[in-house]
Write a protein that binds this ligand. Structure first.
Ligand SMILES: [Fe+2]
Length: 131
């Protein structure tokens, strides 16, 4: 599944998070392109960039948790950990030059990221607006 940035569907109303999400979706798209083109070097670079940006973004989001006391932070933290695990699987598949396996895991990551933005992240944004 190819994910592309869609402001109508993805903007949650917190500019810093929206900007990070946009970058992450663009990096995911670059990673998908490299994997589909079966270019292990480009895919390796894209996977590392994606992992770094996602990890940084998750940490930034978690710094907002104390300001959203009603937000389900345990669930949200678990979602971040799961996403990092899936990204690790993609990196491992790319490093092993197994593009079929990388594609399989990538197909799971797209919907996971979309769901996270629409549930955990917009829930967090709503709590921060209320607080
Ligand atoms: Fe997020």
């Amino acid at each position: 599944m190819r994910v592309s940035w869609s402001p109508e569907a993805m903007v949650i109303g917190l500019p810093s998070l929206d900007q990070a999400h946009r970058e992450i979706v663009l990096l995911l798209s670059a990673l998908t392109t490299a994997i589909e083109a079966a270019e292990p070097e480009a895919a390796g670079i894209a996977a590392a960039e994606f992992e770094e940006r996602a990890g940084h973004h998750f940490a930034e989001e978690e710094q907002l948790f104390p300001f959203a006391p009603r937000h389900d932070v345990l669930h949200h933290r678990r979602a971040h950990r799961r996403a990092m695990k899936v990204i690790g699987l993609i990196k491992a598949a790319v490093d092993a030059r197994d593009m079929a396996a990388a594609t399989q895991v990538l197909d799971r990551l797209g919907p996971t990221i979309l769901t996270a933005m629409l549930t955990d992240d917009s829930g967090l944004a709503a709590e921060l607006h209320l607080g």
